[in-house]
Design a protein around this ligand. Structure first.
Ligand SMILES: *Cc1c(COP(=O)(O)O)cnc(C)c1O
Length: 356
């Protein structure tokens, strides 16, 4: 028997969440963001469940080539563009759309004209100050691209730093408008948070990621309230039971001390599976469908849960770490991180089962 841990990926949930994104997108087209192995869900698997998207956005040429090999004919957006001249041949062969964020990329494109016309995205830095052209450089890049005969189309793009937070999008939206108002081109701005909260950011294309996987981008609004369904459910089982007397301790560092007599369920899941090691005592889990809490330190292969209140819990009792019935958002919040991180660091050793 293998260890009882497994991740279940629901194709129906992915398709449902894409439908939610589409409703918010209105007339805008939808890039399904499938970077980081589709946020841990498996690139090919997610792309087929999200087959109704207008295109797929990711980072690596290799990943794009894998989608083409699977027969994906929709547009594919490379969110960081290309990294060196020799990438251009593959870019062209696979008909990929690079996001150009720096002058070096525009120069490479000019110096090595692709054999076929290509579509490009021009990334404008509207204040996040990560990737993108700022101020005058945006206009220079725009002019340079418009002069390149092999560039078939340019779409203007920016990325929001706080669409999920209190600062919102208005400052960046204004800066983006000021930088691009003379440029006649389609626009692509919204991540999940902007798409859900700020309809004015829709433009011509939107780029939802996390919402497609059934998690909320917002700390103050649940996935359920947004009508999203979890696509990944991580489950395991209790493989050991310990009864602790008051004053006894559990786990590495003797980190947790029982105040009263409690029963501990030892679950086959640890940070080696992608469960966050920094999840403190009190992080929620489901035991036989009922809410319980972790106790003590998470170790590589195991974590401990207080099952005192769960009648009948024993070796073999099913445990849900996150997903159906317990949002990854809640687990992430308890662990001081975001669901993005939990999903995309699911370990390769966890067997994945797909369900319709
Ligand atoms: C990851 C990413 C997205 C998707 O963001 P979510 O918050 O997951 O919706 C959109 N645009 C860019 C440029 C990204 O890198």
């Amino acid at each position: 028997m293998p260890r009882p841990i497994r991740a279940t990926i629901s194709a129906a949930a992915l398709a449902h969440n894409l439908g939610v994104a589409r409703r918010h997108a209105g007339a805008a087209k939808v890039w399904a963001v499938v970077k980081a192995n589709a946020y841990g869900h498996g690139l090919e698997r997610a792309a087929s469940a999200l087959g109704a998207a207008d295109g797929f956005a990711l980072l690596d040429l290799d990943e794009a080539a894998r989608l083409r090999a699977r027969g994906v004919t929709r547009p594919i957006l490379l969110l960081e563009g290309f990294f060196e001249t020799r990438d251009l041949a593959a870019l062209c062969a696979h008909d990929l759309t690079p996001v150009l964020h720096c002058a070096e990329q525009v120069e490479i494109l000019a110096a090595t004209p692709p054999e076929r016309p290509i579509d490009v995205y021009l990334k404008v830095n509207s204040g996040m100050n990560r990737l993108g052209f700022t101020a005058r450089d945006a206009a220079l890049a725009w002019d340079a691209l418009r002069r390149q005969p092999h560039v078939r189309s340019v779409t203007l793009m920016t990325h929001f730093a706080d669409a999920d937070g209190a600062q919102g999008v208005s400052g960046q939206l204004e800066r983006f408008a000021a930088l691009t108002h003379t440029m006649m081109a389609p626009r692509c701005l919204a991540n999940s948070a902007a798409l859900l909260r700020y309809p004015q950011t829709r433009g011509d294309w939107v780029r939802p990621g996390i919402m497609l996987y059934g998690c909320s981008p917002f700390p103050d609004q649940s996935a359920e309230a947004l009508a999203l369904k979890p696509a990944m459910t991580l489950t395991s089982e209790i493989i050991g039971v310990q009864r602790l007397q008051p004053g006894e301790r559990v786990g590495y560092g003797f980190n947790y001390e029982a105040r009263a007599a409690i029963t501990i369920g030892v679950v086959a899941c640890g940070y080696g599976d992608g469960y966050p090691r920094h999840a403190p005592t009190g992080t929620p889990v489901l035991v036989a469908g009922q809410r319980a809490s972790t106790v003590g330190r998470v170790s590589m292969d195991l974590l401990c849960v207080d099952i005192s209140a769960i009648a009948g819990a024993a070796i073999g009792t099913p445990v849900t770490l996150w997903g159906e019935g317990l949002s990854a958002d809640d687990v992430a919040a308890a662990a001081g991180t975001v669901s993005y991180q939990l999903l995309c660091t699911l370990a390769a050793r966890v067997p994945v089962r797909e369900i319709a």
